[in-house]
Design a protein around this ligand. Sequence first.
Ligand code: IMP
Length: 440
Amino acid sequence: MNLAIIGAQWGDEGKGKIVDLLAPHFDIVTRYQGGHNAGHTVIIRRDGVDHKFVLHLIPSGITHPGKTCVIGNGVVVDPQALLREMEELHAQGIEVNHHNLLISNRAHLILPYHVALDRAIEASRGGNAVGTTMRGIGPAYEDKMARRGLRAGDLTDPATLAEKLATNVKQNNRLLAMLGGELIDDKKVIADGERWCEMLAPHICDTTYFLNQSARAGKALLLEGAQATMLDIDHGTYPFVTSSNSSIGGACTGAGIPPRLINATIGVIKAYTTRVGGGPFPAELNDSLGEHIRARGGEYGASTGRPRRTGWFDAVIARYAVMVNGLDALALTKLDVLDDLAEIKICVGYRINGKEVDQVPYDANQMNIAEPVYETMPGWQSKTEGISKFAELPVRAQTYIARLSELSGAPFAFISTGAERNETILAHDVLNACGLTLPV
Ligand code: IMP
């Protein structure tokens, strides 16, 4: 049984928690796209104390002993950031070694000039900045597509790495000089490169063979998406997107596995919507209510600390995510954040130039001028935090969830009512239909 987990909005839906919940039922957890622009928060209660893990590059399965985590070929890896994350996990008592973390030799590297280029390009965009995480993601994927990138496999060949780094730094410094960016010291990068080779080479292998052979041998694969459908380079609100395929297609190309190996796909979606960075957001709340949701939901970027923009649940994008990814089910997160609201709105369509539409426009400018068409429901105004049985939810919350499912076109397999593992409602019938049997 192989399952993909995908963000169904603009990211930060709480995929980390869902992956963490599911990881015990799988053998291998694989990240297949994006880089350390992601921030997957996992809270684990040990001996009565909450331990918070924020994972950026390493799959969220790493906190589970005995699981193999894979950074697939579709991921862009910043060696410096990866080593930092490994050290942080070590400090929290989690050992990362070449048994529990494998890195695809085909994964492209994010190098210091990519970060400098990300900064310089964003600065040059002025008011049209994408609002990137400044992690060098876009420039690294540009190099990949332009067929001049360095890959993790290059870290297993220190002799030629230095030469390749020297050439690339030289070329990129020319570009950086033109853009007024910060120039990169080639000697430092080459010296760092030696250390990266030493530290990371034991993890680097051909994960494409590993994943396919493991799946054929009956091992269960969990595919962990980063970012989300609306940030997908092809299907999102281009150009206000990330530079990878964060919808389901990316799982195949980014892990090197055929579509038929993926038995089910679950989309993670918040009970409201957030987005970080620039770009259209029709159901955005630019008022005290938006601020209230931000404060209650702790809506600040896990990677960058930036405040997230907040808004109502947008059923237009939910339906789109169900369609593009073929979602078998959804996981609803952060329901409790809406607990004290008297009234809750759902965006059911857009009005663009006076015309009502129920589809996501391809053009970000059209989406930018889209006015939300709302349906209003009464709030439940009682505590849902920590509830783990659907029947114990206030009736109005049940009605809200049923409406979200109806509008989105997929059933809910999970409803999360808090950060901890046990603060979750499981819909066993939906999970079973996805091929998953979880303890009742
Ligand atoms: P980049 O991925 O750093 O190039 O940023 C491109 C866009 O994707 C920006 O709007 C970012 O805020 C957004 N983005 C990238 N990663 C995440 C994430 O993990 N969660 C939410 N937004 C993200």
